[in-house]
Design a protein around this ligand. Structure first.
Ligand code: HEC
Ligand code: HEC
Length: 401
């Protein structure tokens, strides 16, 4: 496992505790890792996650009122290399080291000064503000009015400060600073450091092949790698297939939409993706080209988890205008099937034209899937050791079997 930058042990210890501790959620029932389970490739195995108020874990998790979050839970691999966060890129690293986030001026410069890992340090400030993800309703945090981020963040720090072990962990991680002088930025920076250290990988067969070892790929994987370039996958999944660099650009990949949506369209259940950030109608239904590292381990796929198998997602690229119409919604859970939008004409109206020439024979699909499996680092197959046995609040820890 190679890290971008070494993260000090005390910071990792703190970050790990916080990432698994449900104390960060309103009703103390959800931790970050509830939706990013190490045992499920740092996702949750569901098309759309169930956050606050949910029961059970992994694919079986459900909500008594049938609630889902709006988008699929992405994997958390090699986040230190990610420039654009979230499916629509609304948190991102700008040139000259600054960060753009939806909280804008809420993030005081004293908070920004604490961030050691760029947008990754800031990112965990947001899931805690989401009612459907972590905040919930009817609790001592949830009565803070929406948008009053600073008040909410300081109440979470009050909760943490009431636990002596947390005071010690924070002061060990930031030597020389007293807990009472810290803000939630110190917590989210630690979570960022933990995520970068626990989930960074650089030793898949494809990594080793790129480092010059020609014997790492099977014949089928070599054919798949060639196809990946010749059929046009690399037009969007650019030079660095694994981590999505240079830019994780945004495209309309001709995928169906379902779930609660983001308030867009006539029903409010549509999701205009990147347009929501830029305001530009040309960006409608464009989503981030995701990194493909360890993709074999992170089903389902797509921004609402449209495909439950990797093969299904690859087959979608065979003449997208017809595969979109032939989409088989029975692969997702029944509650979501009912929410499928039949707006195929609108999806195709802004579908990326680079997809149009792609035709894939069955054998090419086979080889592409084999190639995608060469992006898996064996060390990522079993991440159970990442989960701690206990957290300072004493609350139970979510660990998928
Ligand atoms: C209820 C489930 C849920 C919880 C709890 C949750 N997340 Fe997520 N996470 C998601 C979803 C869904 C997305 C994608 C949302 C979007 O794109 O709009 C996401 C996105 C992310 C991303 C961006 C990854 C990328 O590729 O863009 C990171 C990093 C992340 N979460 C970390 C965290 C941390 C840290 C916490 C705890 C503070 C947390 N998550 C809590 C579901 C969850
Ligand atoms: C026009 C740009 C474009 C092209 C060409 C393209 N992709 Fe994608 N790919 C994307 C975008 C954008 C997404 C995410 C779309 C979404 O969820 O809305 C994606 C998602 C994926 C995913 C799912 C990732 C995940 O974590 O959910 C896989 C696998 C994938 N692409 C493989 C391929 C393969 C194989 C090819 C070539 C046959 C290809 N892509 C061609 C843009 C593209």
């Amino acid at each position: 496992m190679t890290l971008a930058a070494p993260v000090r042990d005390e910071l990792i210890t703190l970050g790990r505790a916080l990432a698994f501790d449900k104390i960060l959620s309103g009703n103390r029932d959800v931790s970050c890792m509830t939706c990013h389970l190490p045992a499920l490739g740092t996702g949750d195995g569901k098309s759309l996650p169930v956050g606050a108020g949910g029961i059970d874990l992994g694919p079986d998790r459900s909500h008594p009122a049938g609630q889902f979050t709006l988008r699929h839970s992405p994997a958390l691999f090699n986040l230190h290399r990610l420039r654009k966060f979230l499916w629509d890129g609304r948190v991102e690293a700008l040139e000259v080291g600054s960060i753009r986030t939806p909280a804008g001026e809420h993030i005081a410069s004293e908070m920004e000064a604490v961030f050691e890992f760029g947008p990754l340090s800031a990112f965990p400030l947001f899931p805690v503000t989401s009612r459907v993800e972590m905040l919930g309703t009817d609790n001592d945090l949830a009565d803070v009015p929406d948008e009053e981020f600073t008040e909410l963040w300081s109440r979470i720090m009050d909760r943490l400060g009431a636990i002596e072990e947390y005071r010690q962990l924070f002061e060990a991680a930031y030597a020389g600073t007293s807990f009472d002088d810290m803000s939630l930025a110190h917590a989210t920076n630690a979570i960022g450091g933990f995520l970068a250290s626990a989930f960074s990988f650089s030793d898949s067969p494809w990594d080793r092949f790129l480092r010059g070892d020609d014997h790492q790929l099977t014949e089928a994987q070599l054919r798949g790698a060639r196809d990946f370039m010749t059929v046009g996958c690399t037009k969007c999944h650019q030079t660095d297939i694994l981590d999505g660099l240079p830019g994780n650009e945004f495209h309309n990949d001709a995928l169906v939409q379902f779930g609660p949506g983001t308030g867009d369209g006539p029903t409010g259940t549509d999701d205009f993706g990147r347009e929501r950030v830029t305001g530009d109608p040309a960006d409608r239904r464009r989503f981030k080209t995701p990194p493909l590292r360890n993709i074999e381990l992170t089903a389902p796929y797509g921004h609402v988890g449209q495909f439950v198998t990797l093969r299904g997602f690859v087959e979608h690229y065979n003449n997208v205008d017809s595969t979109l119409l032939a989409y088989d919604v029975s692969q997702v859970e029944p509650l979501l099937q009912r929410t499928l939008l039949h707006n195929y004409d609108e999806i195709l109206a802004t579908r990326d034209t680079m997809l149009l020439p792609i035709r894939l024979e069955e054998t090419v699909v086979d080889d592409l899937v084999e190639f995608l499996k060469a992006l898996t680092d064996d060390a990522a197959r079993d991440l159970s050791a990442v989960t701690p046995f206990s957290v300072p609040s004493g609350l139970p820890i979510d660990r998928a079997r």
